[in-house]
Design a protein around this ligand. Structure first.
Ligand code: 13P
Length: 253
């Protein structure tokens, strides 16, 4: 089944105390507020994941890691594995974010390994794809996104897709205030669904949840979510304020 999801990617923001406080504010903001079938996710920094998960225990808000290393354990100084993130309270992992691709050189091939590592733990993947501005301007954006999906995800069996959520995040829209128009988001989401359909068939494509991310905020969320192929949002800056995050969740309900 296609799902409605609003996820907050906190990126490298909020220390331990601030993270717990924000989780508490989100908990209060959502208390007694019908979520109307919207799944809410927050992704804090690794060191704060356990405390945030504890704060949100007993609420429907899920906790995601922002990354993992694809080995389960071993001599990989400074890294965190999927089973270790899971033991701290993460049920999902964001992978392929453009900031990881850009600043940490993550390739599609490396991301394919990470996807396998997350699925091996029965966790969910929120997989990010998106073109940079030059690629959109040269008309390559459909091709770029298609290739990212094929390279990192098309080795999976159809059954694995029930634990994959895609997030279309045009890089030029992230943190810039330049949101994709609802039409730009819709045409890319429809294209993504078609790419998945061509490989896995109509049912997998129809059931796939595709989020939009990139300067999605309390003001523009409703028009983006009104598009038939935009199933929810992956929110950066606006997820750091509980009231804005609540407004975005309500826009999806
Ligand atoms: P902003 O909402 O701050 O543009 O960030 C989007 C994003 O990168 C979410 O992963």
């Amino acid at each position: 089944m296609r799902r409605k999801i609003v996820a907050g990617n906190w990126k490298m923001n909020k220390n331990l105390q601030e993270s717990v406080a924000l989780a508490g504010e989100i908990k209060s903001a959502l208390a007694g507020c019908p979520l109307c079938g919207v799944e809410v996710v927050v992704a804090p920094v690794f060191t704060n994941l356990y405390a945030v998960a504890q704060e949100l225990k007993g609420t429907p808000v899920a906790v995601a890691a922002q990354n993992i290393y694809p080995k389960p354990s071993g001599a990989y100084t400074g890294e965190v594995s999927a089973p270790i993130a899971k033991s701290a309270g993460a049920s999902k992992v964001i992978l392929g974010h453009s900031e990881r691709r850009q600043y940490f050189g993550e390739t599609d091939e490396f991301l394919a390994e990470k996807v396998d590592a997350v699925l091996a733990e029965n966790m969910e993947v929120i997989f990010c794809i998106g073109e940079v501005l030059a690629q959109r301007e040269s008309g390559e954006h459909f091709q770029v996104v298609e290739q990212q999906i094929k390279n990192a995800l098309f080795h999976l069996p159809a059954s694995a897709w029930s634990r994959i959520v895609l997030a279309y995040e045009p890089v030029w829209a992230i943190g810039t205030g330049l949101t994709a128009t609802p039409e730009q988001a819709e045409e890319m989401h429809a294209h993504i669904r078609k790419v998945v359909e061509d490989k896995y068939g109509k049912q997998v494509a129809e059931d796939l949840t595709i989020l939009y991310g990139g300067s999605c905020n309390a003001k523009n969320a409703a028009t983006l979510f009104a598009q038939p192929d935009v199933d929810g949002g992956l929110i950066g800056g606006a997820s750091l304020k509980a009231e804005d995050f609540k407004t975005i969740i309500a826009a999806r309900a």
